[in-house]
Structure formats: C-alpha cells, structure tokens
Design a protein around this ligand. Structure first.
Ligand code: PLP
Length: 362
C-alpha cells in the first residue's frame, strides 16, 4: 500500500513527515559520502559529533532556549524522568507539589513519593481527568522543591492552556506530547522533558532542557546516569547516546524550520483541532470527551453512545486507512492524535468518515 493512502493517528510512536523519512532513506546506507550509515558510526566520530551539535543547535533555536539552560539527550523515555526529576530536585526542601491531571502525572507523583513528600496541587481523577484546574484551584505550598505538571495529557486529551504561576518554586513540566507544537518561554522552567516518540523523533530518545543552576545536588543514591549534572558535564555522552534518534530529531527540526517553526506548528495545531472539535460539537452521534476549556490540540478524544459503536468506528477507520483511532485502554472511546506531521488532509479524511458513520448509525 502506498504510504499516502494511510493516515496514522497513533498517540506514539507516531507519524513523522514523509520528507524526513525520505531523507533518512536516501542517507541510510551512505551518510554524506562517509561510506557508512549513521547507525554504524562511532558516537565519538567527528561526523556524528557534527550531527549531535547541529541537532542541539536546531532545538535551541526552535524553542529559543536561553543560555541559562542546557539541552540533554537522554534515554529511558519520559518515564525515566519521573525518577530523575525527584532524585535531582528533592534536595531543596524534601517535598514537591504535583498537579495530577492524568495517567502520567499520577505515575510521576507516586514515583516521587519514594524520594520525598508529595503534595497534590490538584487531582482530577474524580472528574475522569476531563478538566484542567485554573490557577486559583491549585493548592500550592511555599516550601515545595518544585511544582510538577504534565502539559498535555495524551490519554485523556486535555491540555494546560496557561503556565502555572508558582512564585520562586521552579516549574517542572512533562511536554512529551506537545513539545514543538507551540512556542514556550523556557526561562520560566527548571526542567522541561519529553519522550521523543510523540512529536520529535523515533522512540529511544528523551529530551530534557534543564536550568543549570538547579543542578549539582542530586540525592546521594542517584545512579550516575540519572544525574543531570553528570550529563551536563559530559554533554549527554557519559555513555553511548541514542545516535540514530538524535540524527532523526535533527532531520525533523530542519523540516520544522522550513515549515515556519513552532509558530507555524501552533497555527496548524489550532486549525486541525478546531476543525475536529467543531465537528464533534455539532454531531448527533459523537461527543468530545474533554471539557471545552481543557481540550488538547494534539490528542482529540471522543466517543459515541456506547463501547460497541466505538469499536466499530475504530475498526472501520483502520480498514479505510485511518489508523490507530482506538482510545487508550484506560479511558476507552476514540483518540485522534494530530501531531505536527499530520496533514490537514488527514483531518479532513477523518471528518468525512465520521460524517458517513454518523449517517449510518444515528
Ligand atoms: C507517552 C508519554 C509518557 C511516557 O513516555 P515513555 O517515553 O514511554 O516513557 C509520559 N508522559 C506523557 C505526557 C506521554 O505522552
């Protein structure tokens, strides 16, 4: 089947720009006359160092990362950061504030409890994680080492549309599923991290952007690979980094720059998601799962009147090339993940299918 007959709505690993994959394909066997693949290169070689430095510079440019912050290329997924964050930042006061607005922030909070006291700034489980609290609803403690939140809840399809105000308490944010989809004022954060496989690169790379002056005080039990300061000192090469993924991130960042950067990605994300939510709000069969003020521009969650129809919809979609529309098993329903690389045509094809399905099942 031709690639362009399929639209991939997977939440992650997820769709990448076709031109990026084609460049990778053309360079796969012989990277720029080196006679070898990037996959075969020593990570200490000048050719790879160049890829590494360029990728880092492109990311710094794309997110306008200030010199106070360091970009790290790590492994272990976003999940490893659930441990790495408290191991490195709990030193300040021994406690931290966690805003739990979905599955991943809940897991992060429970992990942090191993290393200090966790205060729950909010917990939205009682409303099925369909909302994001307002600033006034957050319970903040003055003595928190940091304030932790997950900006886009990949499973429930909710997204923070403001940056929490926490005074002198550093912000730590999991941006796994919406990084590079809009501008961010990095200077406001102590740590931003993201697993690459949603909106950046293949699985296997985790990006962390950390404020240097917060580091260097990891708990004594911290494994050496989980100490941000060590990784800063070694420029992410204490051991072999995920070379291929870093190369792929570089290709995707070049694509992003050609397209107009994160501002353009934000414009497209708003357009894609608006089209879907407008359709859902007018539908007599489908309804959006998240509350309007909390709706995600990356993961649009919705459902019909029952689980059987939901399953039929996802299955029928897959048959016509609209892949991975089934929601996460813990939330049910459907989910259309519309990351940076999802073309408008994919969204339109999905809406056409929903229209058809609605007419047949109303
Ligand atoms: C996917 C995801 C995770 C988990 O990422 P891994 O890389 O699989 O560890 C964590 N947080 C968010 C917001 C995610 O979307």
């Amino acid at each position: 089947m031709e690639r362009n007959q399929v639209y991939n709505f997977s939440a992650g690993p997820s769709v990448m720009p076709e031109s990026v994959l084609r460049t990778a394909q053309s360079e796969l066997l012989n990277y720029k006359g080196s006679g070898m693949s990037v996959m075969e290169m020593s990570h200490r070689s000048p050719a790879f160092q160049e890829i590494f430095d360029e990728t880092k510079a492109l990311l710094k440019e794309a997110l306008n990362v200030p010199d106070t912050h360091e970009i790290l290329f790590l492994q272990g997924g976003a999940t490893m950061q659930f441990s790495m964050v408290p191991l490195n930042l709990m030193y300040r006061t021994g406690s931290a504030d966690y805003a739990v607005t979905g599955n991943f922030s809940g897991i992060a909070a429970r992990e942090a409890e191993k290393y200090g006291t966790v205060h729950y700034a909010c917990h939205t489980a009682n409303c099925g994680h369909t909302v994001i609290p307002s600033q006034e609803q957050l319970h903040l403690s003055k003595d928190a080492s940091y304030f932790y939140y997950c900006q886009n809840n990949t499973i429930y399809g909710t997204q923070w549309h403001y940056v929490p105000e926490t005074g002198s308490v550093p912000l730590v944010c999991d941006m796994s599923s919406d990084i590079l989809s809009r501008p961010v004022d990095v200077s406001r954060y102590g740590i931003i991290f993201a697993g690459a496989q949603k909106n950046m690169a293949p699985a296997g790379l985790t990006v962390a952007i950390v404020r240097r002056n917060l580091m260097g005080h990891a708990l004594p039990i911290t494994p050496m690979l989980l100490d941000y300061q060590t990784m800063i000192d070694k420029d992410s090469m204490l051991n072999t980094p995920p070379c291929w993924c870093i190369y792929m991130l570089g290709l995707q960042l070049k694509w992003l720059k050609e397209q107009g950067g994160v501002e353009e990605m934000q414009r497209r994300a708003a357009q894609r998601s608006q089209l879907l939510y407008d359709y859902l709000d007018g539908s007599r069969l489908f309804r959006a799962s998240a509350q309007p003020s909390a709706r995600s521009q990356m993961n649009v969650t919705f459902r019909t009147r029952n689980a059987e129809l939901d399953a039929a919809f996802a299955q029928g979609g897959a048959q016509r090339g609209l892949k991975h529309l089934k929601g996460h098993r813990i939330s049910g329903g459907m989910r259309a993940s519309v990351y940076n690389a999802m073309p408008m045509e994919g969204v339109q094809a999905l809406i056409d299918y929903m229209n058809e399905f609605e007419r047949e099942h109303i």
